[in-house]
Design a protein around this ligand. Structure first.
Ligand code: ADP
Ligand code: MG
Length: 338
C-alpha cells in the first residue's frame, strides 16, 4: 500500500499562493494585470490598510459571462493560452491561470462581472469555496474585491511589514504600470486619500509629471530607436537630473514591467561620463519585440524574463539613449526648452 496521494485543489492552491501571493502588492499586480489584459481603459484601485483589509479593483474591460466567471477561480483556468505554441508567443500579461485560484485560497473574494451581452454574475468565495452566486444587471466590466488577505495563513500575515512599507510597494507598482500604459486612466486610493490619478489620454510625459512632478517631466527627453529585432522608445532624463539609486530606471518589455540587469546596465552605460559616479538617471524604456524572442515563463511573478538577441538589444539601448543625450549636449538651446 503506497503512501502517496494527490492533494485536493484547495490545498494545492494554497501552496501555489505561497509563490504567487507574497504580499498585498502581488495581489494588486495580478488583478490589475487581468484588468489590462481585458482591454480596460479605466482601472480603479481602492485599498484599505495597504490592501491587507481590502483591495477593490474596478475595470471597464471585457468582463466575463457566468460560465467563465465561475471557471476563472479554478487552478490552471485561463483564456490567454491554449497550447504550447501560444506559450512561446505570449502577448498578454497573464497566462498561468493561477492568480485568481491562489488569491481566493488566502482571502475572501467577491466578484461582479458582466460581458455586456448577458446579465451580470456575482460570486463570493471564501478559502476556495464558492459561497454564493446571483445574477443581476451590471455594467460591462469587472469589479473584484479581495478582503482579509492571509486570514487563513497566519504565518504569512505575521510576516507583513508596516502599512507604510506594504503601501509603498503598491504605489511603486501602480506608478510603473501607469508609465507603461498612458492610455489607461489609473486611480489609486488608500481610504480617503487619492495617491495617483492619471487621465488615460495617452501622453507619457503627462504621466511622468503625475508621478515625478512637472519639474522633472520637463527635463525628460523622448527617444526612439530600432534594430532588426527590437524597437525601443521612451523618455530619458537630462544629465543634470540624477538620483542615488537605479530605482528610477523602469523597463518594459512588450507591456510588462520587468527587472533585467544587463539591459539596465546598458542604460547606465549610455550615461557614462555624463553623470557623476554612483548617480543614476530617470529613464522609462519601452522595448517592443516579437514575443517569440522573450521567455516570460521564468518565475511565477513574471517579473524576470529571458531575452534572445540580448547583445543586439543592449547595443540598441545604449546607442539610442547615448545619442539622444549627446545631441542635446551639442544643442543646449533644446535642453533649455520649457
Ligand atoms: P491568467 O491571467 O493567467 O489567465 P487568472 O487566474 O489571473 O489567470 O485569471 C483567469 C481568467 O479569468 C483569465 O484568463 C481571464 O479570462 C479571466 N479574468 C480574470 N480577471 C478578469 C477581468 N478583470 N476581466 C475579464 N476577465 C478576467
Ligand atoms: Mg492573471
Amino acid at each position: 500500500m503506497g503512501h502517496i496521494r494527490l492533494m485536493d485543489e484547495p490545498l494545492s492552491n494554497k501552496i501555489a499562493a505561497g509563490e504567487v501571493v507574497e504580499r498585498p502588492a502581488s495581489v494588486v499586480k495580478e488583478l490589475v494585470e487581468n484588468a489590462i489584459d481585458a482591454g480596460s481603459t479605466s482601472i480603479d484601485i481602492y485599498l484599505e490598510e495597504a490592501g491587507l483589509q481590502t483591495i477593490h479593483i474596478t475595470d471597464n474591460g471585457s468582463g466575463m459571462d457566468e460560465e467563465d466567471a465561475i471557471l476563472s477561480f479554478s487552478r490552471h483556468a485561463t483564456s490567454k493560452i491554449a497550447n504550447e505554441y501560444d506559450l512561446f508567443r505570449i502577448r498578454t500579461l497573464g497566462f498561468r491561470g493561477e492568480a485568481l485560484a491562489s488569491i481566493a485560497s488566502v482571502s475572501k473574494v467577491a466578484l461582479w462581472t458582466s460581458d455586456g451581452s448577458t446579465t451580470g454574475t456575482s460570486i463570493e468565495i471564501e478559502g476556495s469555496h464558492v459561497k454564493k452566486q446571483q445574477a443581476g444587471a451590471l455594467r460591462k466590466g469587472t469589479d473584484i474585491k479581495v478582503s482579509q488577505l492571509f486570514f487563513n495563513t497566519p504565518a504569512r500575515l505575521k510576516y507583513m511589514k508596516t502599512i507604510q512599507t506594504e503601501l509603498g510597494h503598491i504605489i511603486d507598482l501602480i506608478n510603473r504600470l501607469a508609465l507603461c500604459y498612458p492610455s489607461i486612466a489609473f486611480k489609486l486610493s488608500h481610504g480617503e486619500q487619492v495617491l495617483l490619478h492619471t487621465n488615460g489620454r495617452g501622453d507619457l510625459q503627462q504621466v511622468i509629471a503625475a508621478i515625478y512632478g512637472m519639474a522633472i517631466a520637463k527635463k525628460m527627453i523622448p527617444f526612439e530607436g530600432e534594430s532588426s529585432d527590437y524597437r525601443i522608445h521612451g523618455y530619458a532624463s537630462l544629465p543634470e537630473i540624477t538620483r542615488a539609486s537605479k530605482n528610477y530606471l523602469t523597463l518594459f518589455v512588450n507591456g510588462r514591467w520587468v527587472k533585467h540587469y544587463s539591459v539596465q546596465q546598458s542604460i547606465v552605460n549610455a550615461y557614462h561620463t555624463f553623470l557623476p559616479i554612483e548617480r543614476y538617471p530617470l529613464v522609462i524604456l519601452n522595448i517592443v519585440g516579437d514575443p517569440y524572442l522573450t521567455d516570460v515563463n521564468v518565475h511565477p511573478s513574471k517579473q524576470h524574463i529571458r531575452l534572445s538577441k540580448e547583445k543586439e538589444l543592449q547595443q540598441l539601448v545604449e546607442d539610442t539613449i547615448r545619442n539622444t543625450i549627446r545631441s542635446l549636449m551639442r544643442a543646449p538651446e533644446i535642453a533649455e526648452k520649457p
